[in-house]
Design a protein around this ligand. Structure first.
Ligand SMILES: C[S@@+](CC[C@H](N)C(=O)[O-])C[C@H]1O[C@@H](n2cnc3c(N)ncnc32)[C@H](O)[C@@H]1O
Length: 278
């Protein structure tokens, strides 16, 4: 696919991502996690909540312009901050079944969604996998996992461009795989590369929360989202890859909800839930 670029200073390559997340954002989160643990806090949910509060800003009734089902709405800051991660966790939990053996967060960052799934009552028997490009993100997940011995957590440094799923203990009957604003970080992903997800387990439910509504419905309504994606060198072809895989009979769409939620007035997240075709 030919990527159309606007005048942009951003080249979202591995060096960029390692700087932004590997050296700046996630080490800062790691030091927050360590500070809370060093102060004597031993509850995963309390550390997670405290870190999220510091990261997102104190929740409040301040009105934020957000997006809900493509519509611009004003929402209290607290709902924007916490509602979205609750939505992600509930959708992941709903995709789990009795035979689910792995819950895999690809591009997990510091692991907030992975732990949110567990804390909201995600199934207790599967292993929870946190995969990310950055060592700092993985260090955060490992530090948090120590607070919750009952949760089986496994981590690995992982690159979507060269996917290696060998740290998953296989064979797996059923895996729930999800991404939250992580494929966003790949300006373009090859179908071949993405296809490797299909080898993770015999049955797979995959949920993407990614900002791709503008790819699905190009036009005037989504033009600003497209501009934003191009300006920041965010992903430009995930929907194209998924559509190809669906046309090839490799996956079936279970739920597609464009522009379901945006924490700001632009570039909202879309939910795409697909299942591996049997
Ligand atoms: C916006 S953050 C989202 C993190 C997490 N999913 C969340 O919702 O908090 C993007 C994440 O994608 C990861 N990432 C970027 N490029 C990646 C790649 N090529 N392979 C794996 N992870 C990548 C970054 O390290 C970062 O943790």
């Amino acid at each position: 696919m030919e990527r159309k670029k606007r005048a942009s200073t951003v080249v979202r390559d591995t060096t960029w991502v390692q700087r932004e997340y590997g050296w700046e954002k996630w080490p800062d989160i790691l030091s927050k996690i360590k500070r809370h643990i060093a102060s004597g806090e031993r509850s995963l949910s309390r550390v997670l909540a405290a870190v999220m509060r510091e990261e997102l800003g104190t929740p409040s009734l301040a009105r934020i312009e957000a997006i809900s089902f493509s519509k611009h709405v004003q929402v209290a800051n607290s709902l924007v901050c916490y509602g979205f991660y609750a939505l992600v966790a509930e959708a992941v939990i709903a995709a789990c079944g009795e035979n689910t053996q792995a819950i895999v967060d690809l591009g997990c960052g510091w692991g907030r969604s992975l732990f949110e799934v567990w804390l909201r009552g995600g199934p207790s028997s599967p292993t929870y996998y946190g995969f990310d490009l950055t060592r700092a993100g993985i260090d955060c997940v490992e530090a948090l996992a120590q607070l919750e011995p009952a949760m089986k957590v496994c981590t690995a440094e992982f690159d979507f461009y060269h996917p290696d799923y060998s740290s998953l203990s296989r064979p797996l009957e059923h895996a729930v795989v999800f991404t939250v604003s992580s494929i966003q970080q790949l300006p373009a992903i090859e179908t071949q590369t993405y296809n490797a997800i299909l080898d993770i387990a015999k049955a797979i439910d995959c949920l993407h929360f990614e900002q791709i509504g503008w790819q699905m419905h190009p036009g005037k309504r989504t033009a600003a989202d497209r501009e934003y994606a191009l300006r920041n060198d965010y992903n430009q072809n995930l929907w194209c890859v998924l559509s190809e895989m669906s046309s090839a009979g490799k996956i079936e769409f279970c739920e597609v909800e464009p522009d379901v939620f945006g924490m700001q007035g632009i570039y909202p997240l879309t939910l795409v839930h697909w299942r591996k075709a049997q």
